[in-house]
Design a protein. Structure first.
Length: 196
């Protein structure tokens, strides 16, 4: 089932996600719905707060990035095959040099901005079967995970922009909250009722 994606301004996007356990109701179905919702919107990641659930769960499939011709065949293969569910994730460490990447977000359609983040992360998480993993990721993989991880911490990529950039985007962000935007997937806008 395709779920509605919450738009910028929804208070759920600002909540710190709660950890969950195996007994979380209909978890398998929820994860399946998140994949379906993400693919329908052509995303490479989706976090539970974006569909209205403030819990520590996100999914990542970097497949669409594998076509980037600037990457080595090895990097392409890694991105092509990376499809994972992250439950109760905790980034233990971020290291390496800072680099900028042009990020977007399904909750903030039509805005893309360069965001500065560290290259490498060490992350502890559970997969969908609640097996524990500790992994190190870098480059684009780390980037997508950092972005989704921020969602379960109540952080959006626009928070990381300069105050000048934020000021320039203010009107656009307000319009997104009001639903004054063309988008080809299902969304829920927090301020829509106020303008009708
Ligand atoms: Ni996002």
């Amino acid at each position: 089932m395709i779920l509605s994606i919450l738009a910028y301004g929804d208070p759920v996007l600002r909540k710190i996600g709660k950890t969950i356990n195996k007994d979380y109701p209909q978890l398998k179905e929820l994860i399946a719905n998140m994949w379906e919702t993400m693919y329908n919107a052509n995303g490479v990641g989706l976090a539970a707060p974006q569909i209205g659930l403030p819990i520590r769960l996100f999914v990542v499939d970097t497949g669409p990035f594998a076509d980037d011709e600037e990457l080595t065949p090895e990097e392409q293969a890694t991105l092509k095959n990376f499809k994972k569910v992250f439950i109760n994730a905790k980034i233990e460490e971020e290291s390496g040099s800072n680099w900028t990447f042009n990020e977007g977000c399904l909750s903030i359609p039509d805005i893309r901005e360069d965001v500065n983040r560290k290259d490498t992360i060490e992350i502890l998480y559970l997969d969908e079967d609640f097996n524990e993993h500790k992994e190190t990721y870098d480059g684009l993989l780390a980037r997508v995970i950092q972005h989704e991880y921020d969602h379960i911490e109540g952080i959006l990529f626009t928070d990381k922009l300069s105050s000048l950039k934020k000021r320039l985007l203010k009107g656009k962000l307000a319009n997104i909250s009001k639903g004054k935007i063309e988008v080809d997937y299902k969304m829920r806008f927090p301020d829509l009722k106020k303008v009708r």
